[in-house]
Design a protein around this ligand. Structure first.
Ligand code: PMP
Length: 345
């Protein structure tokens, strides 16, 4: 398998947008910029942001121990996932493979791009990939396989041996969505990027890093894949305020790590408390910052909580998730309020 053969022909042939500043390599002192039709009056955001996000990428490269040539940043990981579909999948011809129950945007993004979605449910109750069934469902037009690990909404990580088997045997790109990896006891697949040319790992600042509001997603892959993604991304997809705030936030890794440790403790307390609630039939193990539970009647319990001012996620219509609710781990006070409400019902 060569990556080039998997890329859409029109993308391979694409000549990317270029700006006058791409060619400019020197320092910026004493220069005047009259190339981009900006308003010249300084207010902190009157200039376009750095399209290559040099400073931010250098910091992420250091934190993740991945060279910058292997990193693409997106407006949330949702944008990264969309770019991947557009890079590899020919509309009305190619397809992606997803393993429900899983993150809803994979299918939405495929639909937006007129790309078919082939679904192979995870195994019942353990929510692990059925690897033989996945390979059997793939065909010559299957370009991308999405593995969400830890998986949203079930909360578990996929077994490393299953992921490795799929990386070796699926004849397309394997995207491991690690949005929740910082809450997991499993290792990230980032350290194995060089072993698998078809491996793409996505992560985000929206979860453990506490910056959902700035929209910053990360994509890690071979230089070849990243170079093509760079050709198709909108030139200024990471705005100035996001770049500045991400640099500020990522400079406080000690604080972020403290928050993660706190949320992991809270998750354990929450799981114990939920196990005491009479209408909760099962609390699923979690490797993420949320917990899935099976209740007697998900629609009824969801509605009751709404009436008490608590918003959770009802997942009952998802495959294998009948009567399941997904609960985010909040602050100690929030979790206590959730449990007290459950106990009063
Ligand atoms: N992947 C998974 C598994 C998610 O749950 C989410 C958000 N809920 C995303 C990706 C998207 O994250 P972002 O905020 O980076 O777009």
């Amino acid at each position: 398998m060569t990556i080039q053969n998997l890329i859409r022909p029109s993308i391979k042939a694409l000549k990317p947008y270029s700006s006058a500043r791409d060619e400019f390599k020197g320092g910026t002192e004493n220069l005047i910029f009259l190339d981009a039709n900006e308003n010249p009056f300084e207010n902190g955001v009157n200039r376009y942001p750095d399209p290559k996000q040099g400073k931010l990428k250098a910091l992420i490269s250091q934190i993740k121990d991945v060279p910058t040539e292997h990193i693409l940043l997106g407006n949330g990981s949702d944008e990264v996932l969309d770019l991947l579909i557009r890079m590899f999948c020919e509309p009305n011809k190619d397809n992606i493979l997803i393993l429900p129950p899983t993150y809803g945007m994979y299918e939405v993004l495929a639909n937006v791009n007129a790309v078919e979605t082939i679904k192979i449910n995870l195994s019942e109750e353990t929510f692990q990939p059925k690897t033989a069934a996945v390979l059997a469902a793939a065909n010559a037009n299957s370009k991308l396989l999405f593995l969400c690990s830890p998986n949203n909404p079930s909360g578990n990580s996929f077994e490393a041996s299953s992921i490795e088997f799929l990386l070796k045997n699926f004849k397309g790109i394997v995207i491991i969505d690690e949005a929740y990896i910082d809450f997991s006891k499993e290792e990230s697949w980032l350290s194995r990027l060089s072993e698998f040319p078809n491996l793409v790992v996505t992560q985000t600042l929206s979860k453990a890093f506490g910056m959902a509001g700035i929209r910053l997603g990360m994509c890690f892959a071979s230089e070849e894949i990243i170079a093509t993604l760079n050709k198709i991304k909108p030139p200024y997809n990471i705005n100035e305020l996001t770049q500045a705030k991400a640099i500020e936030g990522l400079s406080e890794m000690a604080l972020i790590n403290l928050q993660i440790a706190c949320l992991l403790d809270e998750r354990e307390d929450l799981i114990k408390a939920l196990e005491e609630v009479y209408f909760i039939k099962k609390v699923y193990p979690s490797d993420a910052n949320f917990v899935m539970v099976k209740v007697d009647d998900a629609n009824k319990r969801y509605q009751q909580l709404i009436e008490n001012g608590i918003v959770i996620r009802n997942r009952t219509t998802q495959p294998l998730c009948e009567n399941c609710l997904r609960l985010t781990v909040g602050t100690k006070e929030e979790n206590q309020r959730l449990v007290e409400n459950f106990k009063r019902l």
